[in-house]
Structures are given as structure tokens and as C-alpha cells.
Design a protein around this ligand. Structure first.
Ligand code: NAD
Length: 807
């Protein structure tokens, strides 16, 4: 540094340039002639069509860093085939053996940490301060942590096994971190993987390939890396071999993948977009909260799925807070990502740069006021943007609703905690939230009520492998990290015993005779002495079908057993509204109360065991012994979930640092269920009891065995189940009704136990608001042996609340 510059810096007390050396990283690129193949079966394999894409340095937008292979169908086939071949021996290795490989990866990444950090900054544009202190250390932690799960898997997950090949697709904002989040749990569990990085940030994945090949000696085919663009991604998720697709990226592409995999039987983990609230109460430590905002929205230039992009400030402190924030924004440094004293680097690519600047224009047009510090210089020749703040924002404006994915913060005010919660939840997303208050009651109350997979109290953007990460609502489903993340890369043994069939193995029959309202309003006396009426259970009362349609339930011999209501779209709407209305207080109810109700329901069912057994025999033609056994199992199942209601709670996750991470198992919300046609009583009770034990409310549609559902309605009504918690419809075409439920925007999950076509239809329909799905794909579920775990896991989603401590 020359004397003059030094003197002027001392004069101004300003930062001088402090660039990190890039020579080692450039050497590595040069060693490959800056041209890369795919990493398949433990070796570099050139693209079959010989075509390449370029990846650039976004801080110097004309500089090409490397040519990367464009993956074609042949390349994807080769990678999937390598993973398939590697699976048997990898999954048969002892957990300890796999653990040693994961530990080896952690160590090797640590050894080359600086090259990884510099390469990530060059390829992505993010500051070296972040790649060096966050991205790479979190990657290492992830491999260590999952070495631990590999080691303990046999003891910790008995009855679970890896499913085979997993297809993985990741975005550009945390290229190396996302890769670790995907690969580490998958291979720890014994799966093998094919992963596709984003076309604009493939380089750290390719450096890892070098490390796996030359230093870790990972068996060939366990990890395969295919580079390319969205076409390559499509070929990968469409490939028939992978049992699971895990995707991190935009909600828009998540929806495409949900539709594209519908009916394929593939399991999905979806880590999607967000518009996370950052809530500051008057009771907050304001200086800390200001630093929190900086970290919340300007970390990684705001290109963070869980960025605190909506600042909600309590009215009384709003002006003061915004003034302080503006002062702090003036101090942020935008510049060369490799400069160790830079706060914000470059936006990753031209397309994203354009999208952010367009969103700024939209904000201004819609009447919000944009502010950028006038003293922050953005270097020329790269995709740099200054920190940006919007005030005068209305909650419904585009910039308050849509993910901008850039350094743009929008501000809203609130008066009371309940208004803060309402504003926080006023979005289709549910990835994260950050809450600032020194008042623990307020902070925890809001944490509980905000719909988000991760909640940080007096902190933000903290990550640890022990705390699973993932979304609620349109931010996706499934978790990465934590014990919860391991369940997402494992299959339970029930899957093995699911027999294939079309889901219509049950013996009852449906005759679709439409009746008039007069006919249907009467009670039909069935030959078995069981009285049937046709009404639905909606909102705690018996309700006539909207269109007075009905159908007959008959015995296998064709005898009329009952006439039940035929549901339509309006009935579905009413049932969903009732379930939604009932949800908040059911969610707030104590687990003890839910247990009591389930025990009471069991007692009332037991009192009518003969009647239920007779009805089962009449409907399905099963023997009286089989019917009695099913009723007894159903009673026991109610006891099961009464027991679990107050035992399947959560954990305190052991993360790094002085923080408790409280992992709560929260309900999914309103669950729509197309009831199973086999084991009509046990199947129905299993899903309803698990759902409501975990504080969900349900809308169920029963089909050919509607008589059992109607019988249950009477018992439910006498069991103190609050109105709207259980809603039951019947239909001769339950698949069509399930589709309507799956399309409903106010339903959070859809479970479908029926044929392959119906499974496909509801999976497609679920993409409208990215509902969680559980479909049987034509397999007949054995309800008598189904793991309770599976039902409980399906009925819950993990919310991790980070609570700092220490004085
Ligand atoms: P993107 O959805 O455009 O792309 C993600 C990946 O999917 C890339 O590898 C891309 O090549 C591939 N892809 C794109 N279209 C595809 C298609 N039709 N079929 C198959 N693959 C396709 O996302 P992005 O722009 O790379 O990343 C930004 C988004 O990622 C943001 O919405 C952000 O919120 C989200 N994100 C979410 C998380 C999370 O954990 N929830 C983490 C990081 C980023």
C-alpha cells in the first residue's frame, strides 16, 4: 500500500483493501484447463454431446471462470446407473464404515477450506467473510454431524432403511452448503446420489469431486455430480430409477417438479422460497435488532431463502428504528467479494440482477418509498446493488408479498402482538421468522403462532446441522439436518410389505343409484338392523348434502345396507371451512385434553363393538372373527394415539453456541383424507386419530364403506370431540372429491389411500399451494401393522425455535 493511501486512510479511519489471495484457487482451475466434465462413477466423464456452458465471475461479469459440461439424457442415465450399481454395496457397509467416509469428507474439506471459500466467492459473488466463516464451516459441520448418524443408524432408526438412488437439484445462492445439506444425510443413511448444481455456481461441487476422487477415495458411484441447466434438472427428476427427489430452489420450479413427478411414486423433499418476517417489538434491544436486520437481509446480498425480507416494526419505535437503520446502512461496504472487509458482494447472475431491479421499479410504482444510502459506491463491471429499504409499504403490495431475493428490505408497522402475527402470516410462504423482544413471554408466544419452519429469537440466519431446516406452506416440506432430516432419506419397513394392487381389493360394492331428496331424508333400515341416514358430519353437526344426492351402500351380495350422502364441491368447501375454524383452538388445546378425548372415543367404540363388527361383516363380507379383530384393533389404535398425544413432543436440539433450539412437532394444519377401502374401520380410525392427536383438524371422504364412517360419526358425536375437528363426507366417487380437497387452497395436506390414477391426480392438484401429500399409489396398506411412527411423522412438521441465552 503506498504511503499516500495509507495516510489518507488513517486520516479518514476508513477500510483499506484487504483482498484474499486467489492464487491457489486459480491454480486448481488452471489444472483443469478451466474445463470440466461430469463426475460419474468416481471419475471425470465428458458430456456425451460434447457441449459445455460457461460459468462467470459475477463481480467481473465478463470474466469466464470455467466451461462446464452440459448434461444430456445419456449423461444423466450414466450417472443414475452408476449410483444404482453402487447402492447395494454402499448400503450394506456397516454404519461405522460409512461414518468413516463422511468423517473423511469433513476432514478433507477442512484441509482445503480456503480454496473452497475463495472458489465459492469467485463463482457466486458472495463476500469471502461469509464463505470463509459460514458456508464452508457449516459444510464441514454437516459432514461431521452426519458421520454421527451413519455410525448410530442401526440403533437410532431400527426398522428403517435407505431407499436407493436419490436425485438432488440445488440452487445458486449457497452452492456448497446446499450440496452438503443434500449429500451428507443421504449417503450417511446408505443411499447413493446424483446431484445437479445450478449452472451458474457448479465449481465448488466440482472441486469436491476432485477431493472425493483423490483424497477421500469414496467408492465410485456413491456420489455423482452432473452439471447443466434446467433441462438437465428435468431429465434427472424424470428419471424412473431414483426413489426420491430432493429439490432446493424457487417455489415456481418446485411446483413444476411436484406436477412432473405426480403418480411416479417418488418421495419428495421441497426446500423452496420465502418471504420471512423480521419482527421488532418495542421491548427489543434496538442496537442488537439493527445488527440483526443487517444480517437478516444483507447477508449474501439478500439472496437467502430465509432472509428477513419483511421488517415489521412496532409503531411506537418505527421512526427511531428506521433512522438508526439508515445510519447503519451508510456504513455497509459493497465491493470485491474477495476483500475481507466487504459486507456485500455481487448479485449472482444477470437474470437475478434484472429481476431485483425490476422489483424495485414495481415497488416505486405501487407507491412505496425507496431509500438507498447515497455514500455507498457499487463497483462497475459486476452485478452490484446497494442495500435498499422500502418504507410506506402496504401489506398487499407486490414487494411485500413476493420473494425479491436481493438486498431489498420492505418495512411495515404493527401495533399489537396479534397484529404482528397476522402480518407475519400474511404470505403464502412459511420458511423462517426472526423475533426481537427482551420479553420472553411475547417472543415465545409469537414464535409459537408464526407459521414457519425456523424461528430465531433475538437472532437470525443461524444454521446448524443438528437443527433441521425446512418450510411450512409454499416454502415446501421435508427437513434437512437434525433427526427429522434423517427420516426424510429413509424408508420404513412398511414400504416393503405394501402389496401392489389397484387399491380396490375391498369386497364391498357401490351402486350409484341417485335418489330424490324425499327418498334420502328417510332413514334406511338395512337388513342387518343398522339404521343409516345420509348426513355428513360438518362443524359438529349432521348436515344434509348440498344437492340432496345419495348412493347406496350394499353388501357383496348386493343387499342394500344404507343410503348415504353424495358430497359435492360445496360440501367440501363447508367441511374445509369448519376444519379451518376449529384449528386454532384445537392447536392451542392441551395434549392432555386431546388424549382424554381419544380415550373416551375408544371407550364409546368399545361399547358398540358388536354393532361395528356386524356392520363390517355386512359391508365387506369378512368373517365375524375378522370383523371383531378389526374392531378390537381399532379400539387399541385409539388408545395408541391417545397415548402418543402427549408423548410425541419434540426435542431440544444440541447446536453449537449458547443457544437452545427447541424442536417442536407441530400439526400440519387441515388434513384432507381419502379413506382407505381396505380395513374400513381400522384404516379410518388410524388416520383420523393420528391426525387429531397431533392437533390437526381433518376432512375425510369415505367411499364404498361409508356405512362404517357414518357409524363412527355417531360415536364421535358422543365423545366430546370439539365441533369441526373431525368432518366426514361420503361419496360414491371419493377420488373425485379427494381431487377437490387437494385443490382447495385452505387445506394443508392431502392423504390419499386408493388407486394409482387417483394418487397421481391428487399429487398434481396439491401443487397449487404445495400441500404435503401422502398417497398409497395403489398399494394396499396393511393398517394392522403400519408403524405408528409413520402416522405421527405424517401428522406433524418440525418447527425449530432458536432461543439465545447468556448475559
Ligand atoms: P431455481 O428454482 O431457478 O433453480 C434451482 C435449481 O433447479 C437449479 O439447479 C436449476 O438448474 C434447476 N431447475 C430450474 N428449472 C428446472 C426445471 N424446470 N426442472 C428441473 N430443474 C430445474 O432457483 P434458483 O434461482 O437457483 O435459487 C433461488 C431460489 O431457491 C429462491 O426461491 C430461494 O428461496 C430458493 N432457496 C430455498 C432454500 C430452502 O432451503 N428453502 C435454500 C436456498 C434457496
Amino acid at each position: 500500500m503506498n504511503r499516500e493511501l495509507l495516510a489518507s486512510l488513517i486520516d479518514r479511519l476508513d477500510y483499506g483493501p484487504a483482498p484474499e489471495s486467489e492464487s491457489k484457487t486459480r491454480e486448481w482451475l488452471k489444472g483443469h484447463d478451466s474445463t470440466f466434465s461430469h463426475y460419474i462413477n468416481g471419475a471425470w466423464q465428458p458430456p456425451k454431446n460434447g457441449r459445455h456452458l460457461t460459468t462467470i465471475n459475477p463481480a467481473k461479469s465478463n470474466e469466464v471462470l470455467a466451461e462446464i459440461a452440459l448434461g444430456t439424457k445419456e449423461d444423466v442415465d450414466a450417472a443414475v446407473d452408476a449410483a444404482k450399481q453402487a447402492f447395494p454395496s454402499w448400503s450394506m457397509l456397516s454404519g461405522h464404515h460409512r461414518a468413516r467416509y463422511l468423517y473423511g469428507i469433513a476432514r478433507a474439506v477442512a484441509k482445503h477450506a480456503r480454496i473452497f471459500a475463495v472458489l465459492e466467492s469467485l463463482d457466486n459473488g458472495k463476500p469471502i467473510r461469509e464463505t470463509r466463516d459460514i458456508d464452508v464451516p457449516v459444510v464441514i459441520r454437516h459432514f461431521y454431524y452426519h458421520a454421527g448418524w451413519a455410525q448410530t443408524m442401526e440403533q437410532e432408526f431400527p426398522g428403517y432403511r435407505p431407499g436407493g438412488v436419490i436425485a438432488q437439484i440445488i440452487p445458486w445462492n449457497f452452492p456448497f452448503l446446499m450440496l452438503a445439506w443434500k449429500i451428507a444425510p443421504a449417503i450417511a443413511a446408505g443411499n447413493t446420489v446424483v446431484i445437479k448444481p445450478s449452472k451458474s455456481t457448479p465449481l465448488t461441487a466440482l472441486l469436491l469431486a476432485d477431493v472425493l476422487m483423490n483424497e477421500v477415495n469414496l467408492p465410485p458411484g456413491v456420489v455423482n455430480i452432473i452439471t447443466g441447466d434446467s433441462r438437465t434438472g428435468t431429465m434427472l427428476y424424470e428419471h424412473p430409477i431414483p426413489w426420491k427427489v430432493t429439490f432446493t430452489g424457487s417455489t415456481e420450479v418446485g411446483r413444476i417438479i411436484r406436477k412432473g413427478t405426480a403418480g411416479s411414486g417418488k418421495h419428495l423433499t421441497m426446500e423452496l422460497g420465502g418471504k420471512s418476517p423480521f419482527i421488532v417489538f418495542e421491548s427489543a434491544d434496538l442496537d442488537s435488532a439493527i445488527e440483526g436486520v443487517v444480517n437478516g437481509i444483507w447477508f449474501n446480498e439478500g439472496q437467502v431463502c430465509c432472509a428477513g425480507s419483511r421488517l415489521l416494526v412496532q409503531e411506537g419505535i418505527h421512526n427511531d428504528f428506521i433512522n438508526r437503520l439508515k445510519r447503519r446502512m451508510r456504513k455497509l461496504r459493497v465491493g470485491n467479494p474477495l476483500d475481507k472487509a466487504v459486507d456485500m458482494g455481487a448479485i449472482n447472475n444477470a437474470e437475478q440482477f434484472k429481476k431485483i431491479t425490476e422489483m424495485m421499479e414495481v415497488g416505486k410504482k405501487e407507491g412505496a418509498v425507496m431509500w438507498q444510502p447515497d455514500n455507498v459506491d457499487c463497483p462497475k463491471g459486476g452485478y452490484f446493488l446497494p442495500p435498499t429499504l422500502f418504507t410506506n409499504v402496504e401489506p398487499s403490495q407486490t414487494i411485500a408479498q413476493e420473494e425479491i431475493f436481493g438486498p431489498v428490505l420492505v418495512t411495515l408497522t404493527f401495533r399489537t402482538p396479534s397484529e404482528a402475527i397476522q402480518l407475519a402470516n400474511n404470505t403464502r410462504y412459511g420458511l423462517a421468522a426472526s423475533i426481537w423482544s427482551q420479553d420472553i413471554d411475547t417472543a415465545m408466544d409469537v414464535a409459537r403462532k408464526v407459521k414457519a419452519g425456523t424461528v430465531w429469537i433475538n437472532s437470525t440466519n443461524l444454521f446448524d446441522a443438528a437443527a433441521g431446516f425446512g418450510g411450512y406452506r409454499e416454502s415446501g416440506y421435508g427437513r434437512e439436518g437434525g433427526r427429522e432430516g434423517m427420516y426424510d432419506v429413509l424408508l420404513d419397513d412398511d414400504h416393503r410389505s405394501d402389496s401392489t394392487g389397484d387399491g380396490h381389493g375391498a369386497k364391498g360394492m357401490v351402486s350409484l343409484g341417485r335418489q330424490t331428496r324425499e327418498e334420502a331424508t328417510g332413514t334406511v333400515v338395512a337388513s342387518h338392523g343398522v339404521d343409516r341416514t345420509f348426513r355428513f358430519l360438518i362443524g359438529g353437526t349432521l348436515v344434509r348434502p348440498d344437492q340432496a344426492g345419495s348412493y347406496s351402500v350394499t353388501s357383496p351380495a348386493g343387499e342394500l345396507l344404507a343410503v348415504v350422502g353424495e358430497a359435492n364441491r360445496k360440501d367440501v368447501r363447508n367441511a374445509v371451512e369448519a376444519a379451518r375454524r376449529a384449528f386454532p383452538s384445537w392447536f392451542e388445546s392441551s395434549a392432555h385434553l386431546r388424549a382424554q378425548i381419544l380415550f373416551f372415543w375408544a371407550e364409546n367404540l368399545a361399547a358398540e363393538r358388536e354393532r361395528f363388527a356386524r356392520a363390517l361383516t355386512a359391508q365387506t363380507g369378512c368373517t365375524p372373527d375378522a370383523a371383531q379383530a378389526e374392531v378390537e384393533q381399532a379400539i387399541s389404535r385409539l388408545f395408541d394415539f391417545a397415548a402418543y398425544a402427549d408423548k410425541f413432543g419434540g426435542t431440544v436440539q444440541p447446536v453449537l453456541g449458547r443457544r437452545l433450539v427447541v424442536g417442536l412437532r407441530e400439526p400440519v394444519g387441515v388434513i384432507g383424507i381419502r379413506a382407505s377401502d381396505n380395513s374400513p374401520l381400522l384404516g379410518l380410525i388410524s388416520v383420523i386419530a393420528a391426525g387429531i392427536a397431533m392437533a390437526n383438524t381433518v376432512v375425510v371422504v369415505a367411499g364404498i364403506h361409508a356405512m362404517t364412517a357414518m357409524d363412527l360419526v355417531q360415536v364421535i358425536q358422543h365423545s366430546d370431540v370439539p365441533a369441526g375437528v373431525i368432518n366426514i363426507l361420503t361419496s360414491a366417487q371419493p377420488d373425485a372429491i379427494a381431487k377437490i380437497i387437494a385443490e382447495h387452497e385452505d387445506v394443508d395436506a392431502i392423504w390419499f389411500f386408493g388407486n394409482t390414477e387417483g394418487s397421481k391426480v391428487v399429487e398434481e392438484a396439491s401443487s397449487s399451494n404445495m400441500k404435503q401429500t401422502w398417497v398409497s399409489d395403489g398399494r394396499q396398506i396393511d393398517w394392522s401393522t403400519l408403524k405408528r411412527d409413520r402416522l405421527l411423522l405424517k401428522s406433524t412438521q418440525v418447527k425449530n425455535i432458536w432461543v439465545p441465552y447468556g448475559v
